[in-house]
Design a protein around this ligand. Structure first.
Ligand code: PLP
Length: 446
């Protein structure tokens, strides 16, 4: 690992960024080259917008445990964890064996297979809001299905959601990038504004099909919902006969039964995804028996739900083995406790160096924000300077720490104290090495 030790550090953010970028380019010639080639065949060389990074994203070629290796041979601790889908790490032997065994017996059977009902059973038993469940291929698809079902069962058209929420590629709740959104009638409210939410639910009343929300905003910055906010929305939706939808695609890992189990606020419909497929492509939606029973194909006039790979053998096998043999209730507790502790240590570190920054989140999901003001909704961090995050991101890469460009981190099972200690040390080094600049910018005041 090449460390940065050029002193004195530059005193403008632009200069610091230009230098970090020059070092990035010099250190990653093969990733730069691959990206250039890819641009010929895919728009911007990209097939998944979130992975874009200027001047080029790092191409990863190898992964084991919680480590990644890029095309230029650098190794990183994988704190991105595939945006939480990588909970099991990269080389879990139990899951690997299950996938190989399944593969050897054929993967395109065109029939129910021996795994899917077992995975359904495990999920129904864990998530209190899910009496019956169906599978699909992504969290985006799962969320679309919850909207489609809510509209069909209520016969109503209006939805309420929260500004800065993310429910997959067709349901971006930011009012800016949602040009490709599915054309549902969605009104956006402020997250954690209980009064506002209650008033809106009452106002829309019997036209309201559903309120949808992440019980902790993931992509919006790992911002937990207040308990009273969730409880009020539960109560008011029920009063007007609207459904409550939880998007637990990212939060399902926060207890053995997601945040619905942890908070006791039980939604009518739930969308799932990410790690629950054991590291393979996955989505699922489920909920109240009377709602989901509409999908029973033996019922006249039921809903049709298609998808060639809904029960794809590899995902079903990996997901089932992952939940029953690896991410057991006890392991879920341990991992999330480790995350709580790591987040606390990062915040102690920021305090110690006098840095105006914080790690928000719950359990094994966290995000660094460069402010010391309370973060209650995505708008609280949207106005912050994105350049400081960019510098932090690039300098963390140089220190062997891989995370989301928005500085979100998710823990995986192979991680332990060496990785946690290394991350805290890297964060402290970033603050100390950039001390003069961070003081100049007002992030450090001492
Ligand atoms: C990742 C995510 C999705 C989308 O899932 P995909 O499998 O990427 O389509 C939806 N909602 C939340 C909260 C997510 O974190």
């Amino acid at each position: 690992m090449v460390m940065t030790n050029h002193t004195p550090r530059n005193l403008t953010l632009d200069q610091a960024l230009a230098e970090a970028e020059a070092r990035f380019v010099a250190r990653n010639p093969r990733s730069m080259e691959r990206h250039k080639a890819a641009r010929q065949w895919m728009p911007g060389g990209n097939t998944r917008s979130v992975l874009h990074f200027d001047p080029a994203p790092l191409t990863m070629t190898l992964a084991d445990g919680c480590m990644l290796e890029d095309l230029d041979g650098h190794r990183y601790v994988d704190f991105l964890g595939e945006y939480s889908a990588g909970l099991y790490g990269h080389t879990n032997q139990t899951i690997r064996e299950a996938v190989v065994t399944a593969m050897e017996r054929g993967t395109v059977l065109g029939a129910p297979n021996r795994y899917e009902a077992g995975l359904a059973q495990e999920l129904v038993q864990r998530f209190p809001g899910i009496d019956l469940i169906r599978f699909c291929n992504s969290g985006s698809e799962a969320n679309l299905m919850t909207f489609a079902v809510a509209r069909a069962v209520t016969g109503r058209e209006k939805f309420l959601a929260f500004r800065g929420g993310y429910h997959g590629g067709f349901l971006l709740m930011d009012g800016e990038h949602g040009k490709l959104n599915a054309p549902y009638d969605v009104e956006l409210l402020d997250y954690n504004d209980t009064e506002g939410a209650v008033a809106a639910i009452r106002r829309v009343g019997k036209d309201l099909a559903a309120v949808t929300l992440e019980p902790m905003m993931g992509s919006g910055g790992c911002i937990p919902a207040d308990q009273e906010f969730l409880e009020a929305i539960r109560k008011e939706t029920e009063a007007v006969g609207a459904l409550l939808i939880f998007d637990e695609v990212i939060t399902s890992r926060l207890s053995e039964g997601g945040l619905q189990k942890a908070t006791g606020v039980i939604p009518d419909l739930t969308a799932l995804g990410k790690y629950l497929g054991g590291g393979l492509t996955f989505g699922a939606f489920g909920g109240r028996r009377d709602i989901m029973a509409h999908f029973d194909p033996s019922r006249p006039g039921g809903y049709l739900h298609a998808g060639t790979f809904n029960n794809n053998v590899l995902t079903m096998a990996a997901g089932l083995t992952g939940l029953t043999q690896v991410y057991t209730c006890k392991v879920a507790k341990t991992l999330n406790a480790a995350g709580d502790d790591l987040r606390r240590r990062i915040n102690v570190c920021f305090k110690r160096v006098g840095m105006k920054a914080q790690a928000t989140g719950l359990g094994s999901l966290m995000c660094v924000h460069f402010t010391d003001a309370p973060v209650k909704r995505p708008q609280d961090v949207k106005t912050l300077d994105p350049q400081i995050k960019r510098l932090f991101y690039m300098e963390m890469l140089e220190r062997g720490q891989y995370m989301a460009t928005r500085c979100m981190m998710t823990l995986s099972l192979p991680m332990g104290h060496p990785e946690y200690d290394g991350l805290v040390r890297a964060i402290e080094d970033f603050c100390v090495d950039n001390g003069p600049l961070l003081r100049e910018l007002g992030y450090i005041q001492n």
